[in-house]
Design a protein around this ligand. Structure first.
Ligand SMILES: [Cu+2]
Length: 505
């Protein structure tokens, strides 16, 4: 009872308002100045070089975390209690992974954004049984960037990621080492794994996964950054690179600074842009990443915040999803930044960060059309619905079919370049993600993408009613048997059918 009161008091202190009756209660930690916690930085795991391979030992395990002042939270993590270490690769490295599953349930680990063989991808077919291990190996075949790894267990991805099975991957190459971006991990090169969570009164995570939580995807009322509640970071250099990862199950953020300062956007999902783009705000949907460089030379304290989402961008303003906007119409704090008094002067990054060719429509061998849809009833409708063995399967479809492990939905010829045309026939935004590699966005409703979406991507927002076309080259790893996944990265949608399988052979 005492603990309940404490939690209530906490919520009351932090509360700035609440949403309508039908919605979960949203209270954001606006009072965070009262008790800031130093931002945790995930351990950097460089791997061990042996026999010309870089070896990583990972273990999925359960633990207990302390997020809230007076309560503990049962969590899961990799080599720790919550989340995992940051894996550091270099382009060209031969990686040998050993992943031990010490959980009391099955799991998988997927290398999000990496170009690896389907058998090494860590999707729903590469299940690691209880007490078992998995030893995939692959070569790093891509340029510098920020990637991540997370559970991809069929029907359980949302729950396992929510409880903590995710971590960051940093890839470097000779080019990225030479352009003078801030690059000292934990000093001026800072990972920000942003997640929203909600808690039960006993401190445990509340992952219900029913009804509205599935329909909209699960939204939380409390922000964690690298597993830190109400975090503060102290810049010691005049410029800091932040590697932003939206590792939330469903929430999209519109990152900005509360003094309106501009920042340099230098890399998207698949790596560096040719030149930095100056922005004042930046939307990241679940699974999207961005590297930004922020100038603190004025020495002033500032907050990284999320702005209210533009009306209609996440949920169609009318119809059944119209009242969901309450989940997106607040500004809230993400991270307090309090520069130390004597900042070390940072170098100025090079003007040209990298170079790559924009792919042309004329290079494509074929176009595939995919339509994302949601059936609004709670019952089974359409699709085969054998996906996760979940009652909600069949509620979310791609081309009218729900995910089925026994069906290969698309077969791509290895070496082909394809245009994928993704149409969202539903009332809310879906971040569409494809495995196997990186693509370039051609257009959204016929209009070219914004400058920050001109680079390589593996996840793209498809707003309600929108059509997005991207172009991608499907190279290497011919395998007619083992599938890659494409899916919505709102994890409750993925877990309930909005996923399909493709082979490259
Ligand atoms: Cu979705």
């Amino acid at each position: 009872m005492k603990q309940v009161m404490k939690r209530r008091q906490l919520l009351k202190n932090f509360s700035i308002g609440s949403a309508g009756l039908l919605l979960p209660e949203f209270v954001f930690s606006q009072g965070i100045e009262k008790s800031l916690n130093e931002l945790k930085i995930p351990q950097l795991l460089p791997g061990v070089r042996k026999d010309r391979q870089l070896h990583y030992n990972l273990a999925a395990q359960s633990g207990v975390s302390k997020f809230l002042p007076d309560l503990t939270t049962p969590t899961i993590g990799i080599n720790g209690d919550f989340l995992g270490p940051t894996l550091h690769f270099k382009n060209g490295d031969d990686i040998a992974m050993h992943i031990q599953n010490n959980l009391n349930e099955e799991t998988t680990l997927h290398w999000h954004g990496l170009h690896v063989p389907a058998k090494a991808d860590g999707g729903p077919a590469q299940v690691i049984g209880v007490g078992k291990s998995w030893d995939p190996s692959f070569k790093v075949m891509q340029k510098a960037g920020t990637f991540w790894y997370h559970s991809h267990l069929l029907g359980k991805t949302g729950e396992q990621v929510y409880r903590g099975l995710a971590g960051l991957i940093i890839i470097e190459d000779d080019e990225s080492a030479a352009i003078q971006l801030p690059s000292e991990y934990g000093v001026d090169d800072i990972p920000l794994i942003v997640q929203d969570r909600r808690f039960n009164q006993d401190g445990s995570f509340r992952y219900a996964g029913m009804g509205m939580d599935i329909m909209s995807g699960l939204f939380g009322d409390t922000i964690l950054v690298n597993g830190t509640l109400s975090p503060v970071f102290t810049p010691t250099t005049s410029k800091v690179r932040f590697r932003l990862l939206n590792a939330s199950n469903a929430r999209t953020y519109s990152f900005a600074f509360d003094d309106g300062r501009k920042f340099q956007f230098v890399a998207s999902d698949g790596g560096l842009l040719p030149k930095s783009v100056e922005l004042q705000s930046l939307e990241l949907a679940p699974a999207e990443r961005a590297e930004i460089v922020v100038d603190f030379s004025d020495g002033k304290a500032v907050n990284l915040i999320s702005l209210p989402m533009a009306p209609g961008s996440q949920f169609a303003p009318r119809g059944m999803m119209g009242n969901m906007r309450a989940m997106n119409n607040q500004a809230f704090n993400i991270l307090a930044l309090q520069p130390q008094s004597n900042l070390e002067a940072s170098q100025s990054p090079a003007t040209n960060l990298t170079s790559f060719k924009r792919m042309q429509e004329s290079e494509a061998n074929r176009t595939r059309q995919l339509t994302l849809s949601m059936s609004m009833g709670m019952g089974m409708r359409g699709g085969r619905g054998r996906g996760g063995g979940n009652m909600m399967s069949g509620m979310f479809q791609i081309n009218g079919e729900a995910m089925d492990m026994n069906v290969i939905n698309q077969r791509v010829s290895v070496g082909d370049t394809e245009i994928w045309e993704i149409t969202n026939d539903s009332m809310m935004m879906h971040p569409f993600h494809i495995h196997h590699g990186q693509f370039q966005i051609l257009d959204r409703d016929g209009r070219p993408p914004a400058p920050q979406e001109m680079g390589f991507k593996d996840t793209v927002k498809v707003g309600p009613g929108q059509t997005v076309r991207f172009i991608m080259k499907f190279e290497d790893f011919s395998d007619a048997e083992t599938a890659y996944m494409y899916h919505c990265h709102i994890l409750e949608h993925e877990d309930n059918g909005m996923m399909g399988q493709f082979t490259v052979s």
